[in-house]
Design a protein around this ligand. Structure first.
Ligand code: ATP
Ligand code: MG
Length: 574
């Protein structure tokens, strides 16, 4: 490709709505162009990257025994009613009507469609196991589309679905997919961690996410991990053993005391001269539109996904001040935030974290402004019927497997694997005939990879202040050849012959034939992120060119032949 012909407009500035590096750089370097919120044009450079990621995914999925198909992007409501998700899938599901007033949706994922395909096409145990996948655009009307390709509304996903006769078969395929995912991300030049994660309210299911670990703002997930063993988990699923703490308040009897202006835990600790570990904190959440009270030892935080799962809901948020006020009025109290407690909350679901179990003679709100009950005890002053682990793990707490302190880091979820079991096959009546001629529901798994998110995550993981440093395997082109002065015949002749030689050897090369200053060409080369640059300048009179590796910044003067061979060898080794 000649640079003068390459369809790319680099921008002088980063777009003003770009918050994270990958969005800034992909937009500025001319890879993507926003069409509307969360929807992007993939321009030629981007499309080359995406196709490379897709091809790696495709090769590894095929190698793992999966078969590719392609399902429609538009889906009928009926199938979603069969699975029961038409009602519960929130506003991320983009619903529309056709000219006959039939309701449809844009596919955010394809469990319903694939299950109906299996239902029609897989009749006997003899046809199992099967793993089917596709690579396709998805649409989710995300509440907060942001970070460019990392969280778009339209994005490209690889989604695979496996069908087995039993759990043992599913376990095997799950491992098979985990291995395939490791190879995929390794080949994409990405360091990933496979972490345990939440799998929603369906009990007993297992799921893992593949996280690109990053210290940039783009990491939307906290990952807790242990350096001494292999434990790692998303914060929505992580568990820990607590470090010893004082949980007995030492009060000799229960009594109501005045605690003026103690709206925060810190203020209450200060006022009563106690550690927060002897305070029982009460928080009001709204789960599926209904209030729920969460109780937890006050030095800890509630993990919302865990609480939502404990309640069995699908949507959760903390209550607003007016909602708390309304609840108080309804129950006949006059307290506000800071003084809330479980007392007198009949009819409201109360869930206590396991940390509450060990507390004695503690301090708790009683729904009266500027007052607390001190010396309270479970069973007497506070009645708890439901306990669950709803606690957000904190770094420094102990690994549940080996007892060493846990660490925390941020990650971008690029893929996940999920044991679905019979979640879809049962309600959709997707069954096969077993050896005894009995009908059985398929035991399913599903496996997703965000193709466009993976490409953007690669930028988060590989860049510097000047631009992108693509891993060779997914770079739009492998090398750029820069003649410093295109008027110089010798320079152009060497550059041209290098270019031809590289192309002839299967290298994807760009010749920067623009009549621009060398500085401009170098800047563009760094921004676009070509893994290698060969500069043909004045030293060509001594038979030397400059060979530069983008990732390491290493540059050396070598003959054109040596430079070409370096690149050819690197590409061959892919
Ligand atoms: P997230 O928690 O980030 O919203 P998810 O759990 O909703 O992800 P899945 O439904 O499991 O994601 O989708 C599979 C993969 O698709 C994810 O691992 C991710 O790589 C990608 N993905 C999901 N949502 C988006 C999005 N809005 N934009 C880009 N990629 C996405
Ligand atoms: Mg999501």
């Amino acid at each position: 490709m000649k640079m003068s012909k390459l369809f790319v407009q680099t921008l002088r500035e980063f777009p003003s709505d770009a918050e994270v590096v990958s969005h800034k750089m992909l937009a500025r370097a001319g890879y993507i162009r926003k069409l509307t919120s969360g929807v992007y044009n993939y321009l030629p450079l981007m499309w080359r990257v995406l196709k490379k990621v897709e091809n790696i995914v495709r090769e590894e999925m095929d190698r793992a025994g999966a078969q590719e198909l392609l399902m429609p992007f538009v889906q009928p409501k009926e199938l979603w009613e069969q699975s029961g998700r038409w009602e519960v899938y929130g506003r991320e599901l983009m619903r529309l009507k056709d000219r006959h007033n039939r309701e449809m949706c844009l596919g955010p994922t394809h469990e319903e469609i694939i299950t109906s395909i299996a239902r029609d096409g897989l009749k006997s145990y003899k046809q199992l196991p099967v793993n089917l996948y596709q690579i396709q655009s998805k649409f989710r009307d995300e509440v907060r589309p942001r970070f460019g390709l990392l969280r778009g509304r339209e994005f490209i996903m690889k989604d695979a679905y496996s069908f087995d006769t039993d759990e043992a078969g599913l376990d095997k395929e799950y491992q098979n997919m985990a291995q395939a995912y490791k190879r995929i991300f390794e080949r994409c030049g990405l360091d990933t961690k496979m972490v345990q994660s939440d799998s929603g309210a369906i009990g007993g299911s297992v799921s893992h996410e593949f996280m690109v670990i990053t210290d940039t703002d783009a990491g939307e997930n906290d990952v807790f991990y242990c350096e001494d063993c292999d434990y790692s988990a998303n914060s929505n699923h992580a568990i820990s053993t607590l470090v010893e703490a004082v949980t007995d308040g030492g009060y000799e009897k229960a009594e109501i005391v005045d605690t003026p202006n103690t709206k925060t835990i810190e203020e209450l600790c200060e006022f009563l001269k106690i550690p927060s570990t002897v305070i029982l904190k009460s928080l009001v959440y709204i789960v599926d539109k209904k209030p729920v009270i969460a109780l937890i030892r006050a030095d800890k935080e509630v993990e919302e996904t865990k609480l939502m799962n404990a309640v069995g809901g699908i949507d959760i948020r903390i209550a607003t001040a007016p909602e708390i006020e309304e609840l108080m009025i309804e129950k006949g109290f006059n307290a506000a935030k800071g003084f809330i407690g479980p007392k007198g909350m009949d009819g409201i679901r109360i869930i206590a974290d396991n940390t509450v179990k060990d507390m004695k003679n503690f301090v708790v709100g009683i729904n009266e402004a500027d007052k607390h009950l001190v010396g309270a005890n479970l069973g007497k002053d506070v009645i708890v019927e439901e306990y669950a682990d709803i606690r957000l793990v904190q770094a420094g707490e102990l690994c549940p497997q080996c007892g060493k302190p846990l660490k925390v880091t941020r990650g971008i979820e690029v893929g996940n694997i999920f044991k679905l079991g019979t979640k879809y096959s049962k309600p959709m009546n997707a069954v096969y005939l077993d050896k005894n001629g009995k009908t059985q529901p398929f035991v399913m798994g599903c496996y997703g990879i965000g193709i466009s998110r993976t490409a953007a995550a690669a930028v988060e993981a590989h860049h510097d202040e000047f631009g992108i440093k693509w891993p060779l395997a997914i770079a739009p082109y492998h090398v750029v050849i820069v003649p410093v002065n295109i008027q110089d015949e010798k320079q152009m002749e060497v550059a041209q012959s290098l270019y031809e030689k590289l192309l002839a050897n299967g290298v994807e090369a760009v010749l920067d034939d623009r009549d621009e200053r060398a500085g401009v060409k170098f800047k563009d080369a760094d921004l676009i992120g070509f893994p290698y640059r060969i500069t043909v300048g004045k030293t060509i009179s001594e038979g030397l060119v400059e060979y530069k590796v983008r990732e390491s910044g290493v540059q050396e003067k070598v003959t054109p032949e040596v430079a070409a061979q370096h690149v050819i060898d690197a590409v061959k080794a892919l």
